[in-house]
Design a protein around this ligand. Structure first.
Ligand code: ARG
Length: 438
């Protein structure tokens, strides 16, 4: 019996050709594996196409719930934005697809798994590393990284010769990857970072200049850092994300245009559309401001950067990720409540937040009569808090006139007319010498 190879199959031209190419080049039986992460319109059609392309078997999985529950929500809870911008849609999808490849390989007794990533991107690293971590005995085959080397025209000809169905629609001038959490677009004219993205780059978001004049308001409910409702209506993860992608997209929210540092060392111009992700990150952050202590807020920002890097670099199935995730989960115990957002012409603005666990206390914050804060106590606090500054000022004269010369601004003054009644000043006894701690 020939060896089996499980190929991550999208139904596109590249992976369709790869089915035949792997079979003919290595003599393996190819089992395709297609996961719907919110990006596959018709799994049955993809399955048929895989068989028509020469697959021995075509496996499909609806992985949307798992994707959201175990990949998207933890990343949202972490506040994971690569380079403070990219919500990591593609990066979060890859380890799940790799996991499904490994499971299928086990079912099929396959020694090989394959993917259609090129040798220049991050996705190859993510697939390979995830497979290595889950199944070090499996061998990864990546035809697009070496061996297959076909131009699009060659792929079309190769497919036609073998009666492999070829795309009937015109090829997009971009390289696109999509799932529920976002759409990643690269290549074509985008490779010139001075070029504004042409209209056809965007499919999920309207141009903010053409977005409705009137804003929409949305209320997102969170339970321990996980979005659970929209406008008071409980929704499953995928449904909530789909609803927000549509609503925020209609208002032009969620466009990201950045130059990104790829793991392989290349800087790359990337466009993302992530209306739900951008909206939910804004909402989640706003709720955290209400319920997390200052220390956790500060430290968690560092964890968020590290978490984003680990996800971006394909280290999902690492101990380091497990440890970071455990910290993140613990921080989310009190992150429950609601956030009110306004979506308008490309901007998402938080306009309200509430939580039963809020550390925000109106009685402490208020400037009104209801104030319960002890103003007098602030003096003692400042005396101690400022002690190092006063000590340094006395001992080292840090801010001598020379040091602040650049800040000098001409002073202008006028005198009150001599006729004005002079204020009678009390003759003051000389000031008491300050204590050393003062
Ligand atoms: N640069 C992004 C990332 O590394 C998006 C990659 C998109 N992949 C693609 N085949 N177009 O996560």
């Amino acid at each position: 019996m020939p060896e089996r190879c499980v190929l991550a199959y999208s139904g596109g031209l590249d992976t369709s050709v790869a089915v035949a190419w792997i079979r003919e080049t290595y003599g393996y039986d190819v089992v395709t594996c297609t996961a719907d992460l919110g990006n596959v319109a018709d799994l049955n059609a993809v399955q048929q196409k895989a068989i028509a392309s020469g697959a021995a078997k075509a496996v499909v999985v609806d992985a949307r719930d798992v994707f959201v529950t175990f990949f998207v929500w933890p990343a949202l809870q972490a506040g994971a934005l690569y380079q403070d911008k990219y919500p990591l849609a593609t990066a979060l999808g890859r380890p799940l697809i790799a996991k499904l490849l490994v499971d299928t390989a086990r079912d099929e007794g396959a020694k090989y798994v394959a993917h259609g990533s090129t040798g220049k991107g991050n996705d190859q690293v993510r697939f390979d590393l995830a497979v290595h971590a889950l199944a070090p005995d499996l061998v990864v085959v990546a035809p697009m990284r070496g061996g297959m080397n076909m131009s699009r025209e060659e792929e079309m000809a190769y497919a036609k010769q073998r009666a492999i169905p070829v795309p009937v629609t015109k090829k997009s001038p971009y390289s696109v990857d999509e799932n529920l959490w976002g759409r990643s677009i690269e290549a074509g004219v985008l490779e010139d970072p001075w070029q504004a993205p042409p209209r056809d780059v965007y499919q999920w978001t309207v141009d903010p200049n053409e977005a409705p004049e009137r804003p929409s308001v949305a209320v997102v409910g969170f339970e321990q850092g996980v979005p659970v409702s929209l406008d008071g209506k409980p929704l499953t993860g995928p449904a909530l994300i789909e609803a927000l992608n549509a609503l925020a997209g209609k208002h032009g929210v969620g466009r990201i245009d950045m130059v990104e540092d790829r793991l392989v060392g290349i800087k790359s111009r990337e466009i993302y559309e992530a209306p739900a992700a951008v909206t939910l990150h804004a909402a989640h952050m706003a709720l955290e401001e209400m319920v997390l202590s200052r220390d956790v807020q500060r430290f968690k920002r560092q964890v968020a950067q590290e978490y984003a890097r680990v996800v971006y670099e394909g280290l999902w199935f690492s101990a380091h990720h497990q440890d970071l995730a455990a910290y993140v989960r613990s921080t989310q115990r009190f992150v429950s409540g609601e956030v009110k957002l306004q979506l308008h012409r490309g901007a998402v603005t938080v306009v309200g937040r509430k939580s039963p666990n809020a550390l925000y206390q109106e009685a402490l914050a208020t400037y009104s009569k209801a104030d319960r804060f002890d103003h007098k106590a602030a003096e003692g606090f400042i005396t101690v808090f400022g002690l190092p500054l006063r000590t340094q000022a006395r001992a080292q004269r840090l801010w001598a006139a020379d040091d602040t010369a650049a800040l000098d601004v001409p002073r202008r003054a006028i005198e009150a007319p001599a006729s004005a009644p002079a204020v009678k000043r009390k003759q003051r006894a000389s000031q008491p010498r300050p204590k050393l701690g003062r």
